[in-house]
Design a binder for this molecule. Structure first.
Ligand SMILES: NC(=O)C1=CN([C@@H]2O[C@H](COP(=O)(O)OP(=O)(O)OC[C@H]3O[C@@H](n4cnc5c(N)ncnc54)[C@H](O)[C@@H]3O)[C@@H](O)[C@H]2O)[C@@H](O)CC1
Ligand SMILES: Nc1ncnc2c1ncn2[C@@H]1O[C@H](COP(=O)(O)OP(=O)(O)OP(=O)(O)O)[C@@H](O)[C@H]1O
Ligand SMILES: [Mg+2]
Length: 356
């Protein structure tokens, strides 16, 4: 019942977005893009207040968000943990991780709060003649859960094993058929850069590239190098070339575009560049966009980028991560680690949207 209402909500959003964006003819689109290239610093605190749900005693488990991270392999166990625990620390009710068998026991040992599914397989553990059957089994296991999720994060610590990435491509197709929003980060971006059809034209997809991931996307999709002189135009062009996805380009300022406008988040921040901060961001985007989708069913929403729940989720997550990182840095200076930032997520959100 709840799962199907979540699916309905997503379908309504999809219909609205497709209606808004597809009804414009080509000329109108170009005119719109030419006039909307002004880059505006987002009013992130207001957006956080707008989309963060109140802690209502009448709500039950699950209504504040159920996210799943697809990631975690032999090499990387930290990244999926950081993404999944960040969503929980910000207020999600349930956070799942779908990872390889090797990674599962390690991730479970970091936290009993996470629901960990050891379902993915890498080439080294599968014979060639078993691959088709194993792939079908992996997909069936994930399919059992798919409709329960408000958002999927694909990529943190996924690795680049070709067989594993093929299976994850199938998982993404399944999520898309079920209208489940997808945040794509890390090695998930490696996968989609090489198979752009996985996300092309999907309005419920968010890409969160770092400097290298962005460079590869620009080279592949625009056939050019990154142009920092005209960064906003290039980001718009990239989002348009992938057909309606939202891109959060990470950096000194985070830049967000759905192909219609560009918003920046430059507030707060920390000079520490320890690994894992992007993973916090991907888990946070997943939760905030789920909340934004929930609140976007309210009547009276207009149809600008600032009512696109994907964009709102990116702005909210970026500002929150940067605030938590700045508080952690004040306390720990050079010793600041990703886990320290995670410990400040809750208080940072509470400073803006008090729980009570
Ligand atoms: N503790 C963990 O398990 C972590 C795992 N991670 C995972 O590691 C995998 C690979 O991600 P990477 O981010 O390393 O891949 P990238 O392709 O972004 O980075 C590869 C190389 O680029 C360099 N690089 C990074 N930022 C740069 C910058 N601003 N300018 C110039 N060079 C830069 C790095 O030093 C690295 O050698 C992903 O699956 C990711 O999720 C990372 O998220 C970090 C934490
Ligand atoms: N130069 C910078 N100044 C301030 N903040 C930054 C800077 N670069 C990145 N950030 C912040 O750190 C966050 C993570 O960006 P980063 O580029 O480190 O991601 P990443 O490489 O994917 O991280 P991860 O190690 O988790 O894979 C961004 O959202 C941004 O807010
Ligand atoms: Mg990353």
């Amino acid at each position: 019942m709840l799962a199907s209402s979540a699916v309905l909500r997503r379908q309504h959003f999809l219909i609205r977005s497709l209606g808004t964006h597809n009804n414009q003819n080509h000329t109108q689109r170009i005119r719109y893009i030419q006039t909307v290239t002004m880059v505006a610093e987002a009013d992130a605190e207001n957006i956080l207040r707008r989309i963060t749900p109140i802690l209502d005693p009448n709500r039950h488990k699950g209504q504040a968000g159920k996210v799943a991270v697809v990631g975690g392999c032999r090499e990387y166990t930290g990244a999926p943990y950081f993404a999944a625990i960040s969503a929980l620390k910000l207020g999600a009710d349930l956070s799942h991780v779908f990872c390889t068998k090797d990674a599962a026991a390690v991730i479970k040992s970091y936290s009993p709060e996470l629901i960990v599914h050891p379902v993915l397989e890498e080439s080294y553990s599968v014979r060639d003649d078993e691959k088709r059957a194993v792939s079908t089994k992996v997909l069936a296991e994930v399919a059992r859960w798919m409709e329960r999720f408000d958002c999927l994060v694909v990529g943190p610590g996924l690795g680049r094993d070709p067989f594993l990435l093929d299976c994850v491509g199938e998982i993404m197709k399944l999520a898309r058929r079920s209208n489940v929003p997808i945040v794509i980060d890390g090695d998930g971006l490696f996968l989609v850069t090489n198979s752009i059809d996985l996300v092309s034209g999907y309005h419920l997809a968010v890409l969160t590239p770092n400097v290298n991931e962005y460079k590869r996307l620009v080279q592949k999709m625009l056939g050019s190098e990154v142009n920092d002189q005209d960064a906003s135009q290039q980001l718009l062009a990239l989002a348009r070339s992938i057909g309606g996805v939202t891109i959060l380009r990470k950096g000194k300022s985070d830049m967000i575009s759905d192909g219609y406008s560009v918003h920046t988040v430059s507030i707060f921040g920390s000079p520490r560049r320890c690994g894992g901060q992007g993973d916090i961001l991907s888990g946070s985007v997943a939760l905030f966009l789920s909340w934004a989708l929930q609140s976007s069913t309210a009547p009276g929403d207009s149809t600008t980028s600032l009512s696109n729940p994907m964009v709102l989720g990116c702005i909210a997550a970026s500002a929150l991560l940067r605030k938590a990182a700045s508080v952690a840095f004040e306390n720990k200076k050079r010793a600041t680690l990703t886990s320290d930032i995670i410990e400040h997520l809750g208080q940072s959100l509470d400073d803006i949207c008090p729980a009570c």
